[in-house]
Design a protein around this ligand. Sequence first.
Ligand code: PLP
Length: 367
Amino acid sequence: MKVQFTNLYKANRANHRKIFQKINQLVKDNQFVGGKEVLAFEKEFKKFIKAKYCVSVGNGTDALEIAIESLNFKKGSEIIVPVNTWISTAESVSRSGHKLVFCDIDLDDYTIDIKDLKKKITSKTKLIIPVHLYGCASKMNDINAIARKKNIKILEDCAQAHGTKYKNKKVGTLGDIAIFSFFPGKNLGAYGDGGAIVTNNKFLAKRCKLIKNHGAFNKYDHHFPGRNSRLDAIQASILRIKLKSYTRKINKRNELAKVYYKELKNIFEISLPKKPKDVHHTYHQFVIRLNKRNQLKKYLKKNYIQTMIHYPYMLNELSFYKKIKGISSLKNSINLGKRILSLPISEDHSISEIKFIIEKIKKFFKK
Ligand SMILES: Cc1ncc(COP(=O)(O)O)c(C=O)c1O
């Protein structure tokens, strides 16, 4: 048996007929930018998240940059970002002209570490960006309690967590503003780039809408210099089709995660991700931690099983982030990139594939 990490063609197969028909129609109708499909997707996505406003944009990185700009902090404000995330979360802060501060992560669930977060707050802290990494919600009650006391804003990075719930509420509604990515490999992915900003704050939604459209609501009506960031009509229509059956995907991922938990729990050499009881997880990734990571990865590859690493470095290990504020207290994340391994998990994997992976892992540890 061969197990690929992801096969987007296979994962999207059930929707192909509808998607190709829709693309055909849009091309015939000359619908490429803006229009009905984009507006309908924004409406359907905000309903799915149960948020008041949704502003679609070109990708998740743009969404972060635009959301930060909309908050309009004084130059040099401090923004706290967990050190284990995709570079976009930190990059958007660096490019905003504000001061990036790194925070450690909790090894139980890989989200921002609350103890270290408390240490990182100063009078200049204006924003915390919790990342709901791998589909697991951050500890939003604690983060909100810290932020509210000091009038600090919260921007949720939900790029990996479409539909994840925390205390029965969808992520994206638990801070001041939130972003999503629809990169093809995400749980809810387009056939190209895409992103969205979600908020319950009318003023912020309006600012984001202006920034992403050259500072204008209507053509030639510019209020300030903005930029161009659009979700195109074809991507919006694909996302609309995929959103309809999205819950089924999440259920399948949860079903597969259950098999991993049951079968791997007795291998003491492996640390499984802890599933916090308040979280409905969406398993964008299933990440295990072990000292013999490289050996296991190699062994699985020899047995035709693809795995990945999210991420092979912590952001403070990048040469240009080596001197960023906050790194001296990063303890949990030291060398983490050398010990984590993402196992295959997607709606397109079968239980027998997951059992095959488990069998090989057990064999590796001679269990
Ligand atoms: C946590 C996180 N934030 C932001 C992004 C950026 O999204 P995009 O690739 O759509 O720009 C990603 C995408 O990989 C991500 O995983």
